[in-house]
Design a protein around this ligand. Structure first.
Ligand code: GLC
Length: 564
């Protein structure tokens, strides 16, 4: 549990003690184990210069809001030089700030402010692929087949008489074949290159030592500038089956929008890379006592497989995504939580829970059953449940405002490459990436300064009901619920890391005890249930009449009189 400052922790109030702090003994090493980190989707957080896109200087102005909410740190989505075909996940220069988002100076100022406020700063690193504009790929296009430049990617001759068919049958996750054919320098039809996402994102060949060396340089570049760690994009990627054979189910990734092709993901060699990255982090920690963090987007089919990424010398955390796909069903949640706690805890790490992110339909809509009020109530209850579970949690911007998914964007406003590659709206992600509504009655709701360009995605007028300004003024808002839950996580030893024991409950209700007596109960049903504890809850996601747990409601109690 992150409670009082420890020798290596940044001071809670502005000061510079941290820079001269002696190497920390134990406590700072564990800060991440039950931390709550807030994901800042930079494009949509705060626009400071009026170009309609959020930027680093904008984030700085909102840090006090995040500090007040009570999170331990922020994860910033990619801000590196990029042609933005996949909104920054197509990186052309990993050590440069894209002018769209500011400059290196802006980054340094942001890092400094985070440090002064005691907020950890986690950057996104994208090692599986880069941009077609990356100098390495441009050089590979100019070079000949078989050259060292081409070897940094997966170039291969096509099949068929004239090489007109892709080298294997894999499909890309965002639609279409996973291979694109190039023209050689003399203009003739040439080799093909592999891209598991869009053609603008060629996959790097991690079997080449230059790739690993370059990424270690990149990590050090940002660690030297004050980063506290990295969220690793597609952390089950990097290595492919060395022969790149045909897949028996080539559409699997495209169909599920997940990394399930066993020939393209989750190869054993990737663990060696995470060991090297962990060693880099430990080297920095040994210098100044601050524990750096690696959190992986390691999407693999089971909790048991994910556990391999969390061995003590690999990643500290890996997002546990099963709740992102969980229906609103008590038995399902019970099973998922059990699997996670059993398999991840066995590694010595903790579970990293997540309900929302920039790739998924927001909980308010996902759990909505076509009724916004039900969706809002269930999303709040789910949040309270998640924040009572043992381990760490990531929040996605706007979750604390109860933002719904925006599902009626006109076709011409859509920017997600999934839409442009597939021609349909299934699984598109624009609707959860709408710029934040901060204040006021109409767009841009404080997202951008007066006179700014239209935000890069249009905000619906009904966002007026969800502004941060309104949420802060209303003590019954989702914002206050999150804030109170985060506060209790800091002060109650039962929350955060520790044990979980289920309590017998009627079907449709889940209840568990944390530590020596914090009880969390959630009613997944549509009818009120008997509360497992008499007396007023410490915190509830909605109004709770005496002895009652209403439908779509979660509550926390300190035990004593639990009907266990
Ligand atoms: C990750 C990111 C997603 C991106 C993809 C390709 O899944 O979360 O936004 O499109 O990787 O880099």
């Amino acid at each position: 549990m992150l409670t009082s400052p420890t020798p290596g922790d940044p001071p809670a109030t502005p000061g510079r003690a941290l820079l001269t702090a002696p190497p920390a003994a134990g406590p700072d090493r564990r800060w991440w184990r039950d931390a709550v980190v807030y994901q800042v989707y930079l494009r949509s957080f705060q626009d400071s210069d009026g170009d309609g896109v959020g930027d680093l200087a904008g984030v700085r102005t909102r840090l006090p809001y995040l500090k007040r909410l009570g999170v331990d740190g922020i994860w910033l989505n990619p801000f590196y030089a990029s042609p933005q075909h996949d909104h920054g996940y197509d990186v052309a220069d990993h050590c440069a700030v894209d002018p769209l988002f500011g400059s290196l100076d802006d980054f340094d100022l942001l890092a400094e402010d985070c440090r002064l406020l005691g907020l950890r700063l986690i950057l996104d690193v994208v090692p599986n692929h880069c941009s077609r504009e990356h100098p390495w790929f441009r050089a590979a296009l100019r070079a000949a087949p078989g050259s060292p430049e081409r070897a940094l990617f997966h170039f291969a001759d096509g099949r068929g008489e004239g090489g007109e068919l892709p080298p294997n049958n894999w499909r890309a996750m965002f639609g279409g074949p996973a291979w694109t054919r190039i023209r050689e320098a003399d203009g003739s039809p040439g080799q093909w290159y592999l891209h598991l996402f869009t053609p603008e994102q060629p996959d790097l060949n991690w079997r080449r030592p230059e790739v690993a060396a370059e990424f270690e340089r990149i990590l050090r570049f940002w660690l030297d500038r004050g980063a506290d760690g990295f969220r690793i994009d597609v952390a089950a990627g990097l290595f492919k089956h060395p022969e790149l054979p045909d897949s028996p189910d080539p559409e699997a990734d495209e169909r599920t929008r997940d990394s399930v092709n066993p020939l393209a993901w989750n190869q054993p060699e990737v663990h060696g890379i995470w060991r090297r990255w962990r060693a880099v982090c430990e080297e920095y920690t040994a210098r100044d006592g601050r524990q750096r963090l690696l959190v992986g987007e390691a999407s693999v089919p089971t909790a048991a497989e994910q556990a391999a990424y969390l061995r003590p010398d690999e990643l500290h955390q890996a997002f546990f995504f099963h709740l992102l796909h969980a229906p609103w069903d008590a038995a399902h949640w019970h099973r998922v939580v059990d699997d996670a706690v059993r398999d991840i805890a066995a590694t010595g790490s903790t579970v990293t829970w997540v309900l929302n992110n920039h790739d998924q339909v927001r909980t308010t809509t996902r759990f909505g059953a076509d009724d916004p009020l039900t969706g809002a109530a269930r999303a709040r209850a789910a949040a309270l449940l998640m924040l009572a579970l043992p381990g760490a949690a990531y929040l996605y911007q706007g979750e604390e405002l109860g933002l719904p998914e925006v599902e009626d964007l006109p076709d011409e406003a859509l920017t997600d490459p999934i839409y442009h590659r597939t021609g349909n709206r299934t699984g598109i992600r624009d609707g959860c990436r709408i710029p934040m509504p901060w204040s006021g009655q109409e767009p841009p709701f404080g997202f951008a300064p007066e006179g700014a360009k239209q935000p890069w995605l249009p905000q619906p007028t009904h966002f007026a009901a969800h502004t941060a300004e309104r949420a802060l003024a209303d003590t019954g808002s989702a914002w206050h619920l999150y804030r109170e839950a985060l506060h209790l996580r800091r002060v109650l030893p039962q929350l955060g890391e520790g044990t979980l024991r289920w309590i017998d409950t009627p079907p449709g209700v889940l209840a568990f005890v944390r530590g020596d007596g914090l009880i969390c109960a959630v009613n997944f049903g549509d009818e009120p249930a008997l509360a497992p504890v008499d007396g007023e809850p410490l915190l509830a996601s909605g109004p709770c009449p005496p002895c009652t747990l209403p439908a779509a409601t979660a509550a926390w109690w300190i035990a004593g009189n639990a009907k266990l």
